[in-house]
Design a protein around this ligand. Structure first.
Ligand SMILES: [Mn+2]
Length: 324
């Protein structure tokens, strides 16, 4: 526990930046390695709205001092020591206007990436992964990045009532646009009663690798992740990680737009995210579908999502430390 670095944040009450990271400017990232940015967008949601409040809740799901120090107990590594990390605030979006908001997010993420900075986007509903991963692929090359997708849902619908952008369609848009081809997708945690068999057949045709919760229960999480990492590495070393918080069981993460019982535990998600971030080259990430109006006692989902971001950062830092 130390002094606040920025002078802008109080110790407990007023968390203006993620973990007390220094604030940054979108157009002037300089030597910033990683930029945290919010995308307060929820007008692509089909059921419970409220994920526009996710970025603030994720920043606020934190009891530690706002000193931009987060030494990881198991490894002793502090990503805030290894990297220059800035919180550049939230993208300025247009509530109710999907296409303009999506374009602003894509332009912003591209702008971050072309400055040599890795974007970590706090959602927001899952619609934003289409512009997020597209913006990263605009810089690293369409077809060149893998997408590791944690979710209860496949998010591969052809449309929402005829409209292409929504929180059930982002993976379909990424595949059809060529930004991330189907064979570069790994999905972990799918379950429930959606999508329909014809969509599942389409996913298989695209070469998507989807691990259901039933696979994880039958085979164990570790072997499934072993295979997922190997598969993702085959031909692509760079990865975008997209974490829909609803991959976790709603008993541990109730604050989400479309809760589906029977998911991962918080512990399983944290360890898996960290492992993947330490084994692949993360070129972008998002944590989405945190819908604070539905959170449980004590803001449990917000605290989990905050830790998911920390585990991404720590995995990236571990790779950086172990490589050098
Ligand atoms: Mn999703």
């Amino acid at each position: 526990m130390g002094e606040t670095r920025t002078g802008l944040t109080g110790d407990f009450s007023n968390r203006m930046t993620f973990a007390g990271a220094n604030p940054g400017e979108l157009d002037d990232l300089g030597d910033i390695d990683i930029a945290i940015v919010g995308a307060p967008f929820d007008w692509g949601t089909t059921y419970r709205p409220g994920a526009r409040f996710g970025p603030g809740a994720i920043r606020g799901g934190d009891y530690l001092w706002t000193a931009a120090e987060r030494p990881h107990l198991p490894t002793g590594i502090d990503p805030f020591q290894e990297f220059e990390i800035a919180d550049i605030g939230d993208f300025k979006l247009v509530p109710g206007h999907i296409d303009e908001s999506i374009e602003r997010i894509r332009n912003g993420v591209r702008r971050i990436t072309e400055q040599g900075t890795v974007p970590i986007v706090l959602g927001g509903d899952h619609s934003i992964t289409f512009p997020n991963a597209s913006g990263v692929a605009d810089v690293h090359g369409h077809g060149e990045i893998a997408l590791i997708h944690f979710d209860a849902h496949a998010d591969t619908a052809e449309s929402h009532f005829g409209h292409l952008v929504g929180h059930g369609t982002p993976m379909r848009r990424l595949i059809e646009s060529g930004a991330v081809p189907g064979h570069r997708f790994v999905q972990i945690g799918l379950r429930g009663y959606w999508p329909s068999p014809d969509v599942v057949a389409w996913m298989k045709e695209q070469g998507m690798r989807s691990y259901l919760m039933t696979d994880i229960v039958d085979r164990g999480l570790r072997p499934v992740v072993d295979e997922a990492v190997t598969y993702a590495l085959d031909g692509a070393s760079k990865a975008f990680i997209s974490i829909d918080i609803d991959v976790v069981d709603p008993g541990m993460a109730p604050a989400t737009g479309t809760p589906e019982p029977g998911g991962l535990t918080s512990r399983e998600l944290l360890d898996t995210v960290r492992r993947i971030a330490s084994e692949l080259e993360v070129v972008g990430a998002d944590v989405v579908e945190v819908c604070p109006p539905y959170d449980g006692p004590g803001g449990i989902t917000a605290f989990l999502a905050n830790r998911v971001v920390l585990e991404i950062l720590n995995g990236m830092a571990e790779q950086s430390v172990w490589r050098t």
